[in-house]
Write a protein that binds this ligand. Structure first.
Ligand SMILES: Cc1cc2nc3c(=O)[nH]c(=O)nc-3n(C[C@H](O)[C@H](O)[C@H](O)COP(=O)(O)OP(=O)(O)OC[C@H]3O[C@@H](n4cnc5c(N)ncnc54)[C@H](O)[C@@H]3O)c2cc1C
Length: 291
């Protein structure tokens, strides 16, 4: 296989059309024609392959008629940005309340992103609070480890869902990231999965291209689907299990959870296995991801 460095240089001649909106796609035998609106102009790009990374609602997936399976959770997720008084020391915290997990994630410039999961009504009510009330509620639940928190910008509420596309590929089309799957934000896995999809697809395409094969051929693309679909499903199932186990006050579940955590602390092999699973080192790791 060509060394990665050379391959990246080969691909350096990229034209970006941005911001832009894909408004129409036409799949033909040898190419896909993509109509893109850039400012007020319409461009038609012809390609061997269209890679859809257009998010959970993926208009490209819907237009291609690919169905999805899954469910909406009983929780919504509030996202907000804060500046803590004390340094965050690049440490992420996740707390598990029966209403849902709460995470505070470090960002550059001593800012943090809050990902706060709560039942729909509670999330709506929290979002409707004024800034001062919201910060008071946040501090009451989270504590004051980071000192006083300052709210930066608006808060957003997202519906949380588990979704897996029935197919990741069709002739001349591949779905990656949230266009292909969504998971509960517990454990912060969504972006990681998308990056691994992109790295795996890049490897499949590179191998096909170097062998002189058509990169949009369904047989080639199925190699990507076989590689990623099951691995993603495993993580989707794992995040679902985490949410069900931790967003719960039912005594038998609490006991199983405590026992599980006790085992994790005392059986290092199990702990390392779980960590590797979460950071994508289980299963087949794409070459790009190894670097
Ligand atoms: C509340 C919440 C908290 C999360 N927390 C974490 C976390 O802590 N860690 C983690 O790893 N993941 C987290 N995730 C998941 C993570 O945000 C997503 O998995 C990730 O952003 C998916 O990236 P993506 O590029 O596939 O899709 P997106 O980020 O949704 O990007 C899709 C892009 O496509 C564009 N687009 C859509 N339609 C068109 C079109 N027709 N033409 C052109 N462009 C189009 C959109 O404008 C958008 O820019 C969280 C998600 C949510 C909702």
């Amino acid at each position: 296989m060509q060394p990665l460095q050379e391959f990246v240089q080969d691909c350096a001649n990229v034209t970006y059309l941005c911001p832009a909106e894909v408004v129409n796609t036409q799949y033909q035998k040898d190419i896909v024609a993509i109509d893109i609106k850039v400012a007020d102009q319409l461009w038609t790009v012809k390609s061997k392959l269209l890679i859809a990374a257009d998010g959970a609602r993926s208009p490209i997936r819907q237009a291609a008629g690919i169905k999805t399976s899954g469910w909406k959770y009983w929780q919504s997720c509030i996202v907000a940005f804060v500046k803590p008084e004390k340094p965050h020391n690049n440490t992420a915290y996740e707390r598990f309340w029966s209403s849902g997990p709460f995470a505070i994630l470090p960002l550059p410039g001593n800012r943090c992103r809050i990902v706060w999961t709560a039942p729909h009504e509670e999330a709506k009510a929290l979002c409707a609070l004024d800034d001062e009330q919201f910060l008071r509620e946040l501090t009451r639940r989270y504590g004051d480890q980071m000192g006083k928190l300052e709210l930066l910008g608006d808060r957003f509420v997202f519906q949380v869902q588990l979704m897996q596309s029935d197919r990741y590929v069709l002739p001349r089309l591949a779905l990656i990231g949230d266009a292909a799957h969504n998971c509960h934000p517990v454990g912060g896995q969504g972006l990681n999965l998308g990056i691994r999809d992109a790295a795996a697809l890049a490897q499949v395409i590179q191998t096909a291209h170097q062998a002189g094969k058509d990169i949009g051929d369904i047989q080639i693309l199925k190699g990507y689907e076989r590689w990623r679909k099951l691995e993603n499903l495993t993580i989707l199932g794992f995040t679902d299990l985490l949410d069900r186990m931790f967003s719960n006050n039912f005594l038998p579940v609490v006991l199983v959870r405590r026992l599980g955590l006790w085992f994790l602390q005392r059986v290092p092999v199990l702990k390392v296995f779980m960590l590797k699973l979460m950071i994508g080192l289980k299963g087949r790791t794409p070459e790009l991801a190894k670097r």
